[in-house]
Ligand binder design. Structure first.
Ligand code: HEM
Length: 139
């Protein structure tokens, strides 16, 4: 017969194994709180950039923040789902130039720097975000 103590020990081992497997980018980033901080910083960066701000002239900023945060959560492997529009739907017709795309990425990097995100973690997130680049330029 299996002793109850052994069962408990096995359960604890399995659970702690799961708990310590904090290897997703989401966890490296610092979870939802850090994502929200980055998104707030990003909106601030956009507000103070005369080149990028005009793109957001008619934007519902609360919606943007919500959907953008969801997307960052998904890109980083977090426990979320994205409920916004596709990247083509959102950015198509905006005539985003390559220079403006790169500038927006720079603003996003500023936002991560101000949230003290380590550069190795920043690079991983940027890689996952910019795979959508071709869906946005000159559409
Ligand atoms: C790394 C690249 C980018 C990603 C991952 C991204 C992602 C997103 C997401 C998730 C939304 C919200 C979608 C929704 O409301 O359903 C959004 C909206 C928006 N994005 Fe981007 N974006 C990127 C680059 C850019 C660039 C380069 C510009 C312009 C220079 C831009 C301008 C906008 C604007 C203006 C909106 C709001 C659209 C509206 O008002 O309906 N984005 N973006």
């Amino acid at each position: 017969m299996v002793k109850p103590l052994l069962v408990i020990a096995a359960c604890v081992t399995i659970l702690s194994g799961c708990a310590s497997r904090s290897d997703t980018l989401y966890e490296e980033l610092g979870g939802q709180a850090k994502i929200n901080e980055i998104v707030e910083n990003f909106v601030y960066e956009i507000e103070y950039n005369d080149t990028i701000l005009p793109y957001f002239a008619d934007t519902d900023i609360d919606r943007f923040m919500e959907k953008f945060a969801e997307q960052l959560c998904v890109f980083s492997g977090g426990p979320c789902s994205y409920s916004g529009d596709t990247m083509e739907q959102v950015h198509g017709g905006m005539n985003i130039t390559e220079a403006d795309f790169n500038l927006t990425v720079d603003l996003f990097i500023n936002a991560m720097n101000k949230a003290n995100v380590p550069h190795t973690v920043q690079n991983k997130l940027i890689n996952r975000m910019t795979h959508t680049r071709e869906q946005m330029l000159y559409l």
